[in-house]
Write a protein that binds this ligand. Sequence first.
Ligand SMILES: [Zn+2]
Length: 330
Amino acid sequence: MAYAKEVLHRAEARLDEARRQNELDCDRRISAIYEKLPRLREIDRELRKTSAKVYAAAFRGSESPEQAMQTLRQENLSLQRERDWILESENIDPEDLEREPVCKLCGGSGWRGAAMCECLRELCRQEQKKVLMQAFGAGKESFEKFRLDVYPERIDPKLGISPRALMKRVYESAVSYTKTFSEGSDSLLFMGATGLGKTFLSGCIARAVADKGYSVCYVSAGKLFSDFETEKFRLKEDGALTGEYMETDLLIVDDLGTEMTTQFTVSALYQVVNGRLLSGRPTIVSTNLPDSELEARYSAQIASRLLGAYMLYQFCGTDVRLLKKMESRM
Ligand SMILES: [Zn+2]
């Protein structure tokens, strides 16, 4: 799972803090016991010295590790006995004198070999959600809040079905897309006029997919293109700004068609759409342009990929205030 650098840095910083806090807690707990029972401190100090000596011997190769353990036990037998006796008579759990790492699975590093440990992954999930909340502003998009009743029930003669019935299909399809989301899921194309809930539904999917532990990046088409432009302008095509758009598990490009289209934006869009299709990473593009205009604006290659390789979600309705209504009722 490719989390954005920012998300990973924040999660790692939180894990560092948790590790530091855990060290402090252990210090405090163990010191309190030693304060009360100074003899226990002496014994532990003595035991550490012998174990260091024995391990050094094993390291030099004069003893095998098994022999070293055996010697250690022998050497410290009386100290160990005295220690056990103190712990028992003072009713102290031996574990209270151990330094437990903040995570037993990875020892608190956040990594198990090259794989991310569940402790760090959970922190990434939480940080990812914060980033999405910022992207969506108030951040209340969820499938439960998607309101079908704001779409007209009357049958549209052109469609032969009511917008509400059609949007119910779109909604159900989005829910099932999210439930079964995985690396390699389909890409989606949201088409329809402004104010019909495309951004809202993108937000619902973004949150639910992020909850499943995938990295999600939400960006408006305008911001996407300006980041590509900035990177090119700086002559530093190192991917610092745009790398995330290629790497994230799910990319959501909102409002395609509202930006100024130039040869540069067309080539950047091709890079994103084609690159992500080739690497099998799903993308959701939403646009208020009709299909005929997609080709006119962005070239036949891009239109054929969007219309051919993406799953089409057609949004409909007649009321441009639908979204506002929906928001005011949240
Ligand atoms: Zn861990």
